[in-house]
Design a protein around this ligand. Structure first.
Ligand SMILES: Cc1ncc(COP(=O)(O)O)c(C=O)c1O
Length: 406
């Protein structure tokens, strides 16, 4: 569509008429993307440090993904899982290599990947822990919007409306190993953890906690599940964020960046919990050839272009810029945190949404997972020049907010 055609329609009004009110949207309609930039329907350009909420790991419309999808849609779009599927096996092989031998199951989303992990853990409990089924997860975590993943999510606001939520989940504080041990009972089958919490505002587990969880699971015959949906796919500078802790979980879930923007989820398991038999679990679309072709292109590009190292280096550089901005606006932002290209800063006086809005006006996309956190989860292809440009735009937004408070 041309810009004139796009502008003929009031997208916000049409959305209100025809789309359910589940999303609180920013007041722009995005129509095109290339690399780290996106354009709205009025032709305004933005530097995108949201990346579709940690999805566009190669930026927008990366040529490798475009080519893979274009080729695949002219050959075979969908087959169901009744037949072997070349792209699905290729993607599973690449993930098998990265995970040092795990086998994959593909779904369409992160929540579905976690549902698969919960089912697999419950099967383990039935077979190897006297029917144990309960999963311990962490306060402030986020695991999805289905009923079971809502129950696993450690944020009461996501649960309250849907009571009674499914039984079999309890939450303890992050980095509190003693609380995990205390919460463990004969009903417990596993522990579900984001090594670095994403939606909760970018909070990394500490080494002692993650290693302690692994040891506790080994001692108690529990299953350790790492939700890598936001922190995986190289975002922390390692392919899986658990690699930062020198541990190996039993079950791993991925989604978001796995196919660089095409919907997909994955649940991987090591041999200890590789228990699904035909008929235990399934999906119509999961592992679809188009999604898997995009996944193969995404993984190959991440590895060929050394984007894990780039995430580490650019993460450090971005952090140094955030430290400078915190020093410049001491009454507004402080305490930068995060790892690799998963960063946040603390915002004083619940001004995070205001900063996001001002940044948007200046042409920078950021996100505020809560009123006191600014989150930045840009593509892994981020360059130093992108960071310099982002710093300048964020500086302007902070100056506006600081001025309005003075
Ligand atoms: C850590 C984590 N787990 C699970 C999910 C749910 O993924 P999806 O929205 O694809 O269902 C998310 C989404 O933000 C996430 O960040």
């Amino acid at each position: 569509m041309t810009a004139t055609e796009l502008n003929k329609r009031d997208w916000a009004a049409l959305e209100q008429k025809y789309y359910q009110g589940t999303f609180k949207r920013q007041p722009i309609t995005l129509v095109r993307g290339e690399g780290i930039h996106v354009w709205d329907s009025e032709g305004k350009v933005y530097l995108d440090f949201v990346a579709g909420i940690a999805v566009n790991v190669l930026g927008h419309c990366h040529p490798a993904i475009v080519k893979a999808v274009q080729e695949q849609v002219t050959q075979l779009i969908h087959t169901s899982n009744l037949y072997y599927n070349v792209r699905q096996i290729e993607l599973a092989e690449l993930l098998g290599i990265q995970s040092k031998g795990m086998r994959s199951f593909f779904s369409n989303s992160g929540a579905e990947a976690n549902e698969g992990a919960i089912k697999l853990a419950r099967k383990y409990g039935r077979l190897h822990r006297n029917g144990a089924y309960e999963i311990i997860s962490l306060h402030n975590s986020f695991h999805g919007r289905t009923l079971a993943t809502t129950a696993a999510t450690g944020q009461p606001a996501y649960q309250a409306t849907w009571a009674p939520i499914p039984d079999g989940f309890k939450q303890v504080p992050l980095n509190d190993l003693a609380a995990v041990k205390q919460a463990t009972s004969e009903k417990t089958v596993g522990i579900l953890v984001e090594p670095v919490q994403g939606e909760g505002g970018i909070w990394a587990s500490n080494q002692e906690f993650m290693q302690g969880l692994r040891q506790w699971c080994d001692e108690q015959n529990l299953v350790l599940i790492c939700d890598e949906i936001q922190a995986g796919m190289g975002r922390t500078g390692k392919f899986f964020s658990y690699e930062n802790y020198g541990i190996t979980p039993d079950i791993v879930t991925l989604a978001k960046g796995l196919a660089g923007g095409i919907p997909i989820g994955a649940m991987l398991t090591g041999p200890r919990t590789d228990l699904f038999a035909p008929g235990d679990h399934g999906t119509t679309f999961g592992g679809n050839p188009v999604a898997c072709a995009a996944g193969v292109a995404t993984l190959e590009t991440i590895l060929e272009q050394n984007l894990l190292e780039n995430a580490r280096k650019m993460g450090e550089y971005w952090n140094s810029k955030l430290i400078e901005l915190c020093a410049k606006y001491p009454g507004l932002i402080d305490s930068p945190r995060g790892i690799g290209l998963m960063r946040a800063v603390h915002v004083q006086g619940d001004q995070a949404a205001k900063i996001v809005q001002k940044a948007l006006e200046h042409g920078l996309l950021l996100n505020a997972p809560d009123p006191r956190s600014l989150r930045m989860i840009p593509p892994l292809t981020l360059t130093a020049a992108d960071i310099d440009a982002g710093t300048e735009l964020l500086d302007r937004a902070l100056a506006d907010v600081a001025a309005s408070r003075a």
